[in-house]
Design a protein around this ligand. Structure first.
Ligand SMILES: [Zn+2]
Length: 355
């Protein structure tokens, strides 16, 4: 994300960044305004954008200030076409904290709406007045009202969905609460997408699609980290393996019949440094197509990366599990096992993986 956003300035010590997709949207919006009505139209649009941008930033700052109260640091806020995203040093797991931090965003918007309502110079005539400044004030009013209300929709991970999870998590386990919040969000997101599609409102479809994907990712992340717990790589690795020299042939491996299914061959250099891993399945497949005379080494497709048995399994879940690579696992410089995605999923079995 970092490479795709531009640092604007710091606000209350937090880096404010614009995502390139947001800049593209701004450019397109201003350009189309200029095509429609020249400089005047595009400058009116620029002011409107600035007001909406300010509304989004204030909303995010609401979350950030509340988070800081609980000792959570906020290094940056990124502004995307779908709104803002504050990056927290840690996610609040305590339901009460999550509730307060989440509620603080829409609360800022409603506070602005309320302030405008009681301000002597402003009455929400809602775009009836032709004066331009009046139109901008109306926009500011509407943007805050809409942003406050829209974010309260119970579609996780939008604010409303997070509030719902926080309420549930005060009674139920955190993972269960997240799952229920995500299931509700899934139904609402698809109903909403069907509605927008019917009305040819494709931006709405894209927005809800994005919200759904973000919610799914967050739910999966929580589910995995709960299930991984404080397990180590050593807990998940397979420990049936045979060490062969790097000049071993495929037929050399095939001669060795372990008598059971999941078995690995680890190739090492003369100094005992792992060169890579080949599974028994791969050896059998290579033999079946007459590659017995080839070096086993030819079956290693990617550069090998060693893992340490004492490392937390979380490291593997975050960095490696999307790769179809087999990793030798070392402990005190000795090879003690092999880890791949299959071994990883086996340790997380006994769960519903359909979502
Ligand atoms: Zn928010």
């Amino acid at each position: 994300m970092k490479r795709w956003s531009i640092h604007l300035f710091r606000v209350l010590g937090i880096r404010l960044e614009l995502h390139v997709t947001f800049l593209l949207l701004v450019a397109w919006y201003l350009f189309s305004g200029w095509q429609d009505g020249g400089l005047e139209a595009s400058s009116t649009r620029a002011i409107s954008l600035l007001l909406i941008f300010t509304t989004v930033v204030l909303h995010e700052l609401g979350h950030c200030m509340a988070a800081r109260k609980y000792g959570i640091e906020v290094p940056r806020i990124v502004i995307l076409p779908i709104g803002g995203m504050a990056q927290f040093s840690r996610m609040p797991r305590e339901p009460r904290q999550e509730f307060v931090i989440t509620a603080a965003g829409p609360a800022v918007n409603f506070a602005i709406v309320l302030l405008m309502l009681i301000a002597p110079f402003y009455e929400p005539a809602l775009l009836l007045d032709t004066l331009e400044i009046r139109t901008h004030l109306d926009l500011l009013f509407l943007a805050n009202l809409a942003m406050g209300l829209f974010n309260l929709l119970p579609v996780f991970p939008m604010d409303g969905g997070r509030l719902l999870r926080a309420v549930m998590a005060s009674k139920l386990p955190y993972l269960t609460s997240t799952r229920i919040a995500f299931e509700i969000a899934r139904v609402l997101a698809f109903v909403g997408m069907a509605f927008f599609l019917y009305h040819h409102h494709y931006l709405g479809v894209a927005l809800l699609g994005f919200v759904f994907v973000a919610g799914r990712m967050e739910y999966h992340h929580i589910r995995d980290s709960e299930e991984i717990g404080d397990r180590t790589i050593g807990d998940a690795m397979r420990s049936h393996f045979l060490i062969l020299p790097e000049d071993a042939k495929i037929s050399d491996a095939a001669r060795f019949d372990p008598g059971f299914e999941h078995f690995d061959f680890i190739l090492t250099t003369a100094q005992g440094v792992p060169r890579g891993v080949v599974t028994l399945e791969t050896v059998k497949a290579a033999m079946a197509v007459g590659l017995g005379d080839k070096l086993l080494d030819t079956q290693i497709s990617t550069p090998v990366q060693n893992l340490q048995a004492e490392w937390p399994l979380r490291i593997y879940a975050r960095g490696f599990r999307r790769q179809e690579t087999l990793h030798p696992v070392l402990y005190n410089d000795r090879i003690v096992g092999v880890l791949d995605t299959r071994a990883f999923w086996e340790i997380l079995k006994g769960r519903n993986r359909s979502v």
